[in-house]
Design a protein around this ligand. Structure first.
Ligand code: FUC
Length: 772
C-alpha cells in the first residue's frame, strides 16, 4: 500500500514536472514581453562572467550586441604621480588653515594620477541575423528564464513556428544560439558582424565568420569568431554567412583579447578563439545546453524567495513595472527583482573573470558613462552586497583578485603620493588597476577605497568562517590596507584627534580634512585586523598598535540640526539632497552605529537621512533601502521601492528624473548602472534577516506590504544558512543549518535564544522560536 502511494506520488510529480515545460516556469523567475526590443534597455542580458550579450529578439532582423570583459582602452600603466608626496604636507596645511580652494588647486597641479583619467570599457560588436520573408508574424513572445539562464524567442510567420534559444555558457565559453522551425527547409537567414570600432576587419571562411577590432586609444585588440552548424546549406556571401533550407541551425560565438593581466598584453586571441570553437563544434547543442544549465543552477538554485502572488504576475514585465509605480501591490515583483539581481551577478562575475563593472559586462558604447569602470566610493562595493546573504559567495572571487592587484599597484601609489608603506586605492580603478587620485582634486583624492573593499574580505570570513581564506587571502590584504593608515592618519592640530587628510566625503563638499566616512571605514578595518590577528594567533604587535590608535581616531559627532556630522565641523546643510550619504557608512554597510550600542548616533543618522530625502539616483535609492532596513523601518524601506521601480523609458510613460527601472529591469542611475540591481536586492533581504550584530535577527524590518512569504538558502554571519516562512506578518517556521558549528544567537522581536551548534546540523523552530 505504502509502495503504491509512493509510486502514485512519483507519477504525479513526474507529470507535473513535465507539465512545467519551458514556458510554464514560475513567473517570479521570468522577465517576458510581447514585442521585440527596439532600445538597448529593452533587450535582455545573458552572460557567463566573461562573454556578455544583449538580445533584441527582432523577427526580421535580430541584433545580438556582445561584449568580452577585457576589451578596454589604454595599456599597462601604474598611474602614480612620481614625487607627489612632496606636496602632501602643504596640502594638509592649507586645509587646516581653511584654504580649501588653494589646497584643491595644489592637489590638481601636483597630486593627481598620470594620466588624470582612467580608461574605458569597450563595446565589442554586434552579431546581426537577417531572416527572409518574415515581415508579418503573430504570437510573438520573448523571455529571460532566470531558472535556466536562457533567453527564448518564439513567433509564427507564414504558418511556420519559429523558436530561438540563446545562452552564454561558462563551461564551454561560447554564446550559443539555437534556431528552429517546425517545418523542413523553412529556416533561411544570413548573419554578419558589425562594430563601432574604427579599426575592424571581417573574414568569412567555410562555416565561420570572424571580426577583428583594435581599440582606438590603447594596446588591446579583440577577435570574435563564430561557427554555424545546420541541417541546411551554410555558405559564404560577401561579408556574410548564409543559411538556407534549414530546419535547425546552431551558432557558436566566442571572443577574446590579448589582455593577460594588468601588466601583460601578450595574449593570443586568435589561438584562444580557435581552441574554444574547435571544442564547441564537436558537441551537440543539447550537451552544451545541459552543461550550461547544470553549471548555472549549481549557484542559482541554492536560494529561493517568494512573496504573495496576485493577478499582476500574469502581466508582461514592462506592464508590471508601470503598474507597480501606480500602486505597489505586486509583492512577487520584488522576488523577481531579487532573483534577477542574483542572475545578473552569476552572469557577470564568475571565478576567474573580472568583477562586475559599472554595467556588469553589458555595454554598447565606446564612451560609456563613467567609462563603465570601477568606481569604488560606493558602486563596486554595492555590486557585491548581495553575494553573501544570497548564497553566491563564489561570485565574489573576482573582487578578491581585483583587490590583490590593487594591493600591488596601490603600494607604488602609497609610496609616491604619501611616502607610506601598505597600499591605497582612491576613488576608482580600471582594468589596469589604477589606484591614484583621478578626475579632479575635489573628489578624486579620497583615500579609503581600498579600505572599504577590504571589508568584503572580512565579511566573507564572517559568513564562511573559513580560516584558511582569512589567513592566506584576506588578512595579508587587510593588513596592507591598515598599514597604510597607521602612517597616513595625522593628528588634527585643532582637536588632537587622528584624522584622514586630505580626503573627501564622496563626492560632496570638496577636498577636506577628516570626513566622517573615512574614520568609520578605517575604524572598521582596524577592528577587523585586530580580530583576525586574534583568530589566527599572529601579528600581536601590529594588533596592539591598531588598538592604541583606535580610540584616537576622530569619533562620530552629532551636530546642531540633530544630524550625524558629515565632517569634523558642524557645517551640514539640512537642505542638501546630495545622492551620496557617505557619513551613514557606519550604519550600513558598517555596523558601529546601531540601535543597541549607540542609539543617539542612530537617531542622528536617521535624521541625516530624513534631511537628504528619499529621492536619488538608482544606487542612491538602493542604499537608502538598506539604511531604512537597518533603522528597522520596513515600511519606509518599502516606500523606497516605489521609487526604484519608477518606469524609465518604458512604453509611452514619460520619465521625470531620479533613479528607476528600464523595461528590462536594468537599474537606471540614469543612465543604466548595474549597482542598483545588486544593492536593492541586498536591501530587500536586509528587511527579512540581519546578522551584523553577532545575532541573527529574523524579520527585523518586515513591511506591512509583505505580510507573507518564504525564503530559503539565505545566509547569516557565523556560517549559518536559513529557511523560514511567515504569514500575517508573523514568523511561522525557521530552520537553521549550522555550517561551521559556531554558537548561534537568534532574535525574533523581543525573543532571543542562544544555542551551541554542531557543524552540519539543522535546528528547527516554530514561530515563537521554540525548538521543534
Ligand atoms: C559616482 C557617483 C555617480 C555615479 C558614478 C559612477 O561618482 O557619484 O552618481 O554613480 O560614481
Amino acid at each position: 500500500m505504502k509502495a503504491k502511494s509512493i509510486l502514485i506520488f512519483l507519477l504525479v510529480f513526474l507529470a507535473s514536472s513535465i507539465f512545467v515545460s519551458a514556458k510554464e516556469e514560475p513567473n517570479h523567475l521570468k522577465l517576458w514581453y510581447t514585442k521585440p526590443a527596439l532600445k538597448w534597455t529593452e533587450a535582455l542580458p545573458i552572460g557567463n562572467g566573461r562573454l556578455g550579450a544583449m538580445i533584441f529578439g527582432g523577427v526580421e532582423n535580430d541584433r545580438i550586441q556582445f561584449n568580452e570583459e577585457t576589451l578596454w582602452t589604454g595599456a599597462p600603466n601604474d598611474y602614480a604621480h612620481k614625487g607627489a608626496s612632496k606636496y602632501l604636507g602643504q596640502i594638509r596645511q592649507l586645509l587646516s588653515d581653511g584654504k580649501q580652494k588653494e589646497a584643491e588647486d595644489l592637489g590638481m597641479a601636483e597630486f593627481m594620477g598620470v594620466p588624470i583619467r582612467q580608461k574605458a570599457y569597450q563595446a565589442f560588436g554586434d552579431l546581426n541575423l537577417h531572416f527572409l520573408n518574415q515581415s508579418t508574424f503573430t504570437n510573438y513572445h520573448r523571455e529571460l528564464d532566470l531558472k535556466n539562464a536562457l533567453h527564448r524567442v518564439s513567433y509564427q510567420s507564414n504558418g511556420v513556428n519559429f523558436t530561438r534559444e540563446y545562452l552564454s555558457s561558462n563551461p564551454d565559453q561560447v554564446i550559443a544560439i539555437r534556431l528552429t522551425a517546425d517545418q523542413k527547409k523553412a529556416l533561411n537567414f544570413t548573419l554578419d558582424f558589425d562594430a563601432l570600432h574604427e579599426s575592424k576587419t571581417m573574414e568569412v571562411s567555410g562555416n565561420s565568420l570572424t571580426l577583428k577590432v583594435q581599440v582606438k586609444d590603447g594596446a588591446l585588440r579583440g577577435v570574435a569568431s563564430l561557427k554555424v552548424v545546420s541541417d541546411g546549406t551554410v555558405s559564404a556571401k560577401g561579408n556574410q554567412l548564409s543559411v538556407s533550407g534549414a530546419k535547425t541551425a546552431t551558432i557558436y560565438l566566442t571572443a577574446a583579447t590579448n589582455y593577460v593581466n594588468y601588466k601583460d598584453v601578450s595574449g593570443d586571441p586568435e589561438q584562444k578563439v580557435k581552441q574554444i570553437l574547435a571544442k564547441a563544434e564537436t558537441k551537440k547543442y543539447k550537451q552544451i545546453l545541459s552543461s550550461h544549465v547544470a553549471d548555472y543552477q549549481k549557484l542559482f538554485s541554492r536560494f529561493d524567495v517568494q512573496f504573495s502572488e496576485n493577478e499582476r504576475v500574469k502581466l508582461p514585465t514592462n506592464e508590471r513595472i508601470i503598474e507597480f509605480s501606480k500602486s505597489a501591490d505586486d509583492p512577487q515583483l520584488l522576488a523577481l527583482y531579487i532573483q534577477y539581481g542574483r542572475y545578473l551577478l552569476i552572469s557577470s562575475s564568475r571565478p576567474g573573470t573580472h568583477p562586475a563593472n559599472l554595467q556588469g559586462i553589458w555595454n554598447d558604447q565606446l564612451n560609456p558613462s563613467w567609462d563603465s569602470k570601477y568606481t569604488v566610493n560606493i558602486n563596486t562595493e554595492m555590486n557585491y552586497w548581495p553575494v553573501e546573504v544570497a548564497n553566491l559567495a563564489e561570485c565574489q572571487e573576482p573582487l578578491y583578485s581585483l583587490i590583490a592587484d590593487c594591493a600591488e599597484t596601490g603600494k607604488t601609489v602609497a609610496k609616491e603620493h604619501y611616502n607610506a608603506t601598505g597600499w591605497v586605492l582612491h576613488h576608482n580603478t580600471d582594468i589596469w588597476r589604477g589606484t591614484a587620485p583621478i578626475n579632479a582634486s575635489n573628489h578624486g583624492i579620497w583615500v579609503t577605497g581600498g579600505a572599504w573593499l577590504s571589508r568584503h574580505l572580512w565579511e566573507h570570513y564572517q559568513f564562511s568562517q573559513d580560516k584558511e581564506f582569512l589567513a592566506n587571502q584576506a588578512y595579508p590584504l587587510m593588513k596592507g590596507a591598515a598599514e597604510f593608515f597607521t602612517e597616513f592618519l595625522t593628528v588634527d592640530p585643532k582637536t588632537g584627534y587622528l584624522i584622514s587628510t586630505p580626503s573627501n566625503s564622496p563626492e560632496n563638499g570638496g577636498l577636506v580634512a577628516g570626513p566622517t566616512m573615512d574614520h568609520q571605514i578605517i575604524r572598521a578595518l582596524f577592528r577587523s585586523c585586530i580580530e583576525a590577528s586574534e583568530i589566527l594567533g599572529t601579528d600581536q604587535a601590529f594588533a596592539l598598535k591598531l588598538k592604541e590608535m583606535l580610540p584616537k581616531i576622530a569619533p562620530n559627532q552629532i551636530g546642531k540640526h540633530g544630524q550625524l556630522q558629515e565632517w569634523m565641523e558642524d557645517k551640514d546643510d539640512p537642505t542638501n539632497k546630495h545622492r551620496h550619504v557617505s557619513h551613514l557608512w557606519g550604519v550600513h554597510p558598517g555596523n558601529e552605529i546601531n540601535w543597541k550600542d549607540t542609539p543617539d548616533l542612530m537617531k542622528a543618522a536617521r535624521q541625516s537621512l530624513i534631511y537628504r530625502g528619499d529621492d536619488g539616483t538608482g544606487w542612491s535609492l538602493a542604499w537608502k533601502i538598506n539604511f531604512w532596513a537597518r533603522f528597522l523601518d520596513g515600511n519606509h524601506a518599502y516606500d523606497m521601492l516605489k521609487l526604484l521601480f519608477r518606469p524609465v523609458q518604458i512604453d509611452d510613460v514619460v520619465y521625470t528624473g531620479g533613479g528607476g527601472s528600464y523595461t528590462n529591469l536594468f537599474d537606471a542611475h540614469p543612465p543604466f548602472q548595474i549597482d542598483g540591481n545588486f544593492g536593492a536586492p541586498a536591501g530587500m533581504i536586509e528587511m527579512l534577516v540581519q546578522s551584523q550584530l553577532n545575532e541573527i535577527d529574523i524579520l527585523p524590518a518586515l513591511p506591512d506590504a509583505l505580510p507573507s512569504g518564504n525564503i530559503s538558502g539565505v545566509c547569516a554571519r557565523g556560517g549559518f544558512e536559513l529557511i523560514f516562512s511567515w504569514a500575517g506578518g508573523k514568523l511561522q517556521k525557521l530552520d537553521v543549518l549550522s555550517k561551521a558549528g559556531k554558537k548561534c544567537k537568534l532574535k525574533y522581536g523581543e525573543k532571543v535564544i542562544e544555542m551551541v551548534t554542531e557543524k552540519g546540523k539543522t535546528y528547527s523552530f516554530n514561530g515563537q522560536l521554540k525548538r521543534l
